[in-house]
Each structure stands twice: as structure tokens, then as C-alpha cells.
Design a protein around this ligand. Sequence first.
Ligand SMILES: *Cc1c(COP(=O)(O)O)cnc(C)c1O
Length: 387
Amino acid sequence: MPHKITNAIRIQTDKTNEMEHSTPLFLTSSFCFDDAESMRAAFADETADNIYSRFSNPNVQEFIDKICALEGAEAGYATASGMSAVFGSFMALMKKGDHLLSCNSIFGSTHTVISKYLPKYGIDYSYVAATASEAEWEAAIQPNTRMIYLETPTNPGLDILDMDMIGRIARKHQIILNVDNCFATPVNQRPIEYGADLVVHSATKWLDGQGRVLGGVIVGKKELIQDIYLFCRSTGPALSPFNAWILSKSLETLDVRMERHASNALYIAQALEAHPKLSWLKYPFLKSHPQYAIATQQMQNGGGIVCFELKGGLEAGRTFLNRLKMLSLTANLGDTRSIASHPASTTHAKLTEEERLAVNITPGLIRISVGLEHKDDILADILQALS
Ligand SMILES: *Cc1c(COP(=O)(O)O)cnc(C)c1O
């Protein structure tokens, strides 16, 4: 079998009669049948023919097949956004009375889904710290724990969770392990190799890589994906064929893009690590990272995100953003263009200072999504904004 990155380039829809080289766009809501019998058979799930684009679509399937190849997964379903992938993976597989165990450093909207919406449906949750030991994870498991959900590296704190250890616990207790692999991407880290049953992605970030479309995908064990597929085909978070076409093309360059994002990010992290205006800087592949050993064991590189804490807190964060000349101030990450964000005054501004600290959002925290511009131009902009 070809290498994973070759599959991400070569997997393609069957050629049409036009013999196109690049996959065409299948912008169609539904698909036709030659006769009543073939239509009956498709509806009875006796054939895999496309019926309706809420269920399946060739562009969407090509994108799913590539993610399955990259992650080493059996099957998948693609969604309109990362959050609909996260939500679908919860709602399809958990029911009233179940318990979800997660880590308190997770993406903000995921935290909202877990803490505000799951309880409405009678699904209980609890969190452990990102630094929790094996014994602490074990102790948090309840008889009704149905799923363990985690993110590594975490957004925005860049904590690294030990997938081997957590995978062992999930297997021992026969709990579904669901990993958000958005920050690392499958060219850098493959949670299934550590025992994850499901992997979810916000394709909006590095998978697109150019800040154009929203998308999400869930891949993993066939029988779990079948339940997710049935839930999603009825509830309707389907990925648009146009977005799937964009995302599938993006995957052809994912490996080379991520290599450069990571080498630029390591360069920036090393250059800024001892800067006098920073109280600390975090990057998974710096020896100073608290989980450096786990990061280098489970990741191929440190990824494209660097974060640091400005001395001077909230006001220093706002001043830093105002002084940047090239880096974009925007809510996204994982773009060719470098992006700076200051969670305390933006994404997490509605929380109290105590609530922010509880999820490790310190007042002067800056997150840099390192782009593909020349590394010295990125560094120069950050240095002039710090000076
Ligand atoms: C952005 C993000 C999501 C949500 O994805 P959307 O495509 O914005 O819905 C989920 N998890 C992580 C880690 C993210 O960064």
C-alpha cells in the first residue's frame, strides 16, 4: 500500500467520461437512478449508491477517504464545521445517564457543549487537569463513563496529554476514546495508533490551511462511525460538496505545509524563548515544555502554534496586538498567514479572571499561529511589536 501522504494526493473519485485529471465539483443535492429497482435497493442500503448530499456526495467522500488514509481509520463522516463533528460524535454515541470524562483544557465551544448542553440531555461530565497522572485519570472514571474526550496539543494552552497512557485506561475500562486532532493534524500525530476509537477534526484550521472554508470530520471504528452517520444523516450537519472539494485539494499539500509551519514555529520559539518581555514561552518541541518527553514521543514535530505570556498582563497583550504590522489579528488559526491572538481580551473576555485562570488563560497570553511567510519576516514583526 502506498504511503499515507501519497494516498492523500492520489485518492480520487472515479473519472467521469470527460477523463478529467483534477476532481470535478459535484454540486448536486441529489442523485438519479435508472429504474425503480435500483432506487429501492439504494434506499434499502443494499447498494452504496449516492442518494442525497445530506447522506453522501462524491466530493465529500473523497475528502473522508483521504482523512481515513492519513489517520489510519476504517471509516468517517464529514461535517459542516469542527463543532458539528464534536457534537455529532457526542450525541450519536451517548444517552441519558452516561458520563463523559474530559480534560479542562479544551477548545472553548467544546467546553460549552460539554458543560451547558450535554447536561440538558441528561449526560453528565467531569474534567481532570491536563497534567493529571494515570492514577488521577483512573480515579475520575465512573461506572457510567461512556467516552473519554481529549485534545492534544490543547487550544490555546499547548498542553500535551499522554495518549498512550489514556488509551490504556480507555481500553481497560472499555470506554470510547475520542481525540480532537486539530492542532497536530494526521501528518504529525495519529491518535488511532495509541488506541483512539474516534478522531475528530476542525478542517477549518490546518487541513484547509488557507483560511477559506469551515469543515469538520469524524473518523474511526466502523461500527461507531455507522451510528454517527445515521445520526448525522437524519439531523443534517453535512459538509458542503464545494467545501469538501476545497479541503480535499488542501490535503494534497498538508504534509509539506505542516513541515514548514513547524520549522518556522520552532525557529520563532527558539528565538523568543529568552526574550526579556516574556515571562514564559511554550512550544511542544522546546526542552523547556513541561511535557517535552511525551510531545517528542507522540508527535513528529511541534506543530505550528507558539504561545507566550507577556509581562504586563492584559494591557501588554492589547498593546502587542496594536503594534503588529504584518501578523493578522483574527479569530482563526492554521493559515498560510501568521496570526496573533490574545484570548483574555477576545475569545475568553466574557469569563471572569478566576474562570480564565481555571482554564489556563493568563492575562498576557498570546497565541501565534505561525504561517508560511519567511521565518525572519515573522520574527521581525513580533520583535518590533515587543520592543
Ligand atoms: C476551531 C476548533 C474547533 C471547532 O472547529 P470549527 O470548525 O470552528 O467549528 C474544535 N477544536 C479545536 C481544537 C479547534 O481549534
